[in-house]
Ligand binder design. Sequence first.
Ligand code: SF4
Ligand code: SF4
Length: 433
Amino acid sequence: MSDPGTAAEIRRCVHCGFCTATCPTYVLLGDERDSPRGRIVLMKDLLTNDAEPSAQVVRHIDRCLSCLGCVTACPSGVDYRQLIDAARVAVDERYTRPWPDRLARAVLAAVLPHRGRFRLALRLAPLGRAFLPLIDRFASARPLAAMLRMASPLVDRRNTVLPIAVPASARCVALFTPCAEPDLRPEIAQATERLLARCGFRVVHVSGEGCCGALVHHLGRESSAHASARRNVDAWETAIARDGIEAIVVTASGCTSEIKRYGSLLADDPAYAARAARIAAMVRDTTEVIAPSDLPHGVRPDLMVAWQAPCSLTHGQRIGDAGQRLLEAAGFSVKTPAEAHLCCGSAGTYNILQSEIAGQLGARKAAALAATGAQVVATSNIGCATQVAMHGGLPVVHVIELVDWASGGPVPPVLAAHLAQTRAASTRAALPA
Ligand code: SF4
Ligand code: SF4
C-alpha cells in the first residue's frame, strides 16, 4: 500500500532541476535518470501505484548515493531522503536481484554491522587478495574485489596513547563507537576521549549498544535498521538513568545523521516513538559537542588542513562548517576544496556495490583536496576517511585528532607516519648520488 505522505512528497517536486548540478551521479554520468529529478519520476509508479520495479528503475535507484546534496539544493523542500528510503525498501521487497548481487548484499548486511565478524573479515582479507587477478575477470564479482581492496590492516590498539583521568563528579557523556572504526582507526575514539576529558567531561561506553542501523538502511533493510534503533534506545535509556549522561557523542557523522533520525524512524511505533525522539535530541556529532571557544590551549601547529565535510554532516545535519570552525579555533589554517558539496563516493556500502562510480568520485574528491595545497585532510567520518585515503596521496585524519593534538594530545598517528616518510624521502634526495 502506498503511503499518502510519500505521494505528497513526490507531488511537491516541481521538476525545476535546481538539484541536478548538485547531484554527483548526474554531474558524472549526465543521464537525467541519474539525477534527483529523474529518480523521483522513476520512483513515482513504484511508490504510488505499488508497481513492480524494473531492472532499469533499480539500476538508477541503486546508483543514488543517498548523499542528500539534492535536499540541500531543493527550493521546494522535497524530502528526497524519505523517497529514496521508501524506494530502496520497495526494491528490497518486490525485486529479485541477480544472485551475485543478492549474495554481496547479504554478506555486507551480515558482516559490517557486527564488530567481531568485521574483524574476522579484515583478518581473512589478505588471503583473499591473492586471488584478485582471478576475481577481477568476473564483472559480477566486483563487490568482492572492492571489499578486498578496501580492507585495511587491523590496527594494534596498544600503540596508542591512553585517555586522561577525570573526576567521577564531572559532567558525563556517552561515547558511541561506530562499527568499523575501532579496528580501522582506534585513535579517533581515543583522541575524542582525551579532548572531552580536557574539556571537563567524564566519558562512558554503554554496554548493549550496537550498529546505528545506517548500513542496513542503505541496503533497503528497513526492519533491520529499526531493530538496531530500538536496541540502542533501550541500551542508552538505561545508561542515561544510571549515569546521568548529558549527551551521546558520535565520532562518525554518518552514524550521527542516522541516530538523529531515530524519532522519525520509530514514529509509528507507540512503544518507542517518544523515547526514540528523546534519545535523538541528545545525540551530538563530535564536531558540535565542544564549542570552538571552549577549546583548551596547547601547541599552535603550523599546518594547512583541507576540510572534507562529509555529506552526512553538510546535508544530513546541516552543520558542514562545524569541523572547519573547530580547526580554525585550534590554530590550523584551513582550506575547503572545490566542489565541496559533492560526495566522495563512500556512502555506506556504495563504494563496494557501485565501485566504478565510487572510484571516479573518490579520485575527483582526492584531486580537489590535493589542489588546495594542504598538507593533511581532515574529515569526520570513517567511511570518507577510508575512501579519500584510497584515492589520494595526502594523509587523512579525523578532525578531532588534529584538535586533540593542538590542545595537548599526541600527533595523529597517520600524520606522524606521513611526516616521517616525507622527511626520510627529502633526506635521501639531499644525499650525494
Ligand atoms: S530541486 Fe526539488 S523541486 Fe526542483 S527538480 Fe529537484 S527535487 Fe524537484
Ligand atoms: S541523494 Fe545524492 S546521488 Fe542521490 S539523487 Fe540526491 S544528490 Fe543525487
